[in-house]
Design a protein around this ligand. Structure first.
Ligand code: SF4
Length: 238
C-alpha cells in the first residue's frame, strides 16, 4: 500500500462512528476540483510494499483498538492499490468496522470487496451525469479498456444491489455543474438510499484554471434538492 498519511481521529468521516482515516496515494481520475492534489499527482509507483507509513499505521491501530470503532479508507483512490484487499483484511482482523471511499473506477476490485464482505460502509462519488462524466473527472477515454463510464455505472449497480450501507455524493461545482446535470443524476441513481450534495469550497484544488470557471458563478443546492429528493430514501446538503 502506498499510504499518503492518516488522520488519527475523525468524528465525521464514518457516520455515527469514532474512526481514523487513512489516505492512499494515487488516483485514476484528475478532477480539477480535487481537494487532495498531493495524493493525486506525483505518485506513479503503486507497487505493494510494506513501507514505513503502513507499519506506523498498524502500530497506531493496535494501540487504539479499544478506543476507535472504525477505519475510513480514502484517497486518492484506494481500489487502484495492488494490495488493497489484503490491507482491508488486515484492518478487519483487528476488529474495526471499515468504510471505503471510492470513485467507482475499479468495479472489478469493488466487486471482490463486496463479494468477500470486507467493508461495512461504502461512499461513492458521483462526479456528474453520464454525458459529462469524463470531462468532469479530467481524463480521456481509451479504446483498449472497458469504458471508464461503464465501470463507474457497474460500481453504482454493485453498490445499490449489495446489502452494505452506502451513500452517493456529489461535490457541486458552480461553473462545472448545472441544475440539469442533477436531474440526469437523479434519473441514473434513482432509488438510492442516501445521496449527499456537497458544497464546493475553493481552497486547495488540483487545477488552478478552474478558478476562472467558477468565478462569480453560483448554484442553488436547496433548489436542486427540492427537485430531486423524491428519488432517494434520504438526501441532504453538507
Ligand atoms: S476528487 Fe477524488 S477521484 Fe477526483 S482526483 Fe481527487 S481523489 Fe481522485
Amino acid at each position: 500500500m502506498v499510504i499518503g498519511g492518516f488522520q488519527k481521529l475523525t468524528l465525521i468521516d464514518y457516520p455515527g462512528k469514532l474512526a481514523t482515516t487513512v489516505f492512499t496515494s494515487g488516483c485514476s481520475f484528475r478532477c480539477p476540483f480535487c481537494h487532495n492534489p498531493e495524493l493525486v499527482v506525483g505518485t506513479t509507483n503503486f507497487a505493494s510494499s510494506q513501507n514505513n507509513s503502513e507499519k506506523e499505521f498498524f502500530e497506531f491501530l493496535k494501540k487504539r483498538k479499544d478506543k476507535l470503532q472504525g477505519v475510513c479508507i480514502t484517497g486518492g483512490e484506494p481500489t487502484i492499490q495492488l494490495d488493497i484487499i489484503e490491507f482491508i483484511k488486515k484492518v478487519k482482523r483487528l476488529g474495526f468496522l471499515i468504510k471505503l471511499d471510492t470513485n467507482g473506477s475499479r468495479s472489478d476490485v469493488l466487486k471482490k470487496i463486496i463479494d468477500l464482505k470486507l467493508v461495512d460502509y461504502i461512499a461513492m462519488d458521483i462526479k456528474n451525469q453520464p454525458k459529462n462524466y469524463l470531462k468532469t473527472v479530467g481524463i480521456a477515454e481509451t479504446q483498449n479498456f472497458a469504458s471508464v463510464l461503464d465501470r463507474v455505472k457497474l460500481s453504482v449497480d454493485l453498490i445499490m444491489n449489495s446489502r452494505i450501507p452506502y451513500e452517493f455524493r456529489t461535490t457541486v461545482v458552480p461553473g462545472i455543474h448545472t441544475q440539469k446535470d442533477f436531474l440526469e443524476i437523479a434519473k441514473w441513481i434513482k432509488g438510492a438510499r442516501v445521496y449527499w450534495l456537497q458544497k464546493y469550497e475553493e481552497t486547495k484544488i488540483l487545477d488552478q484554471n478552474l478558478k476562472k470557471k467558477t468565478k462569480n458563478k453560483t448554484i442553488d443546492l436547496e433548489k436542486i434538492k427540492e427537485k430531486i429528493e423524491k428519488n432517494f430514501t434520504q438526501m441532504g446538503i453538507r
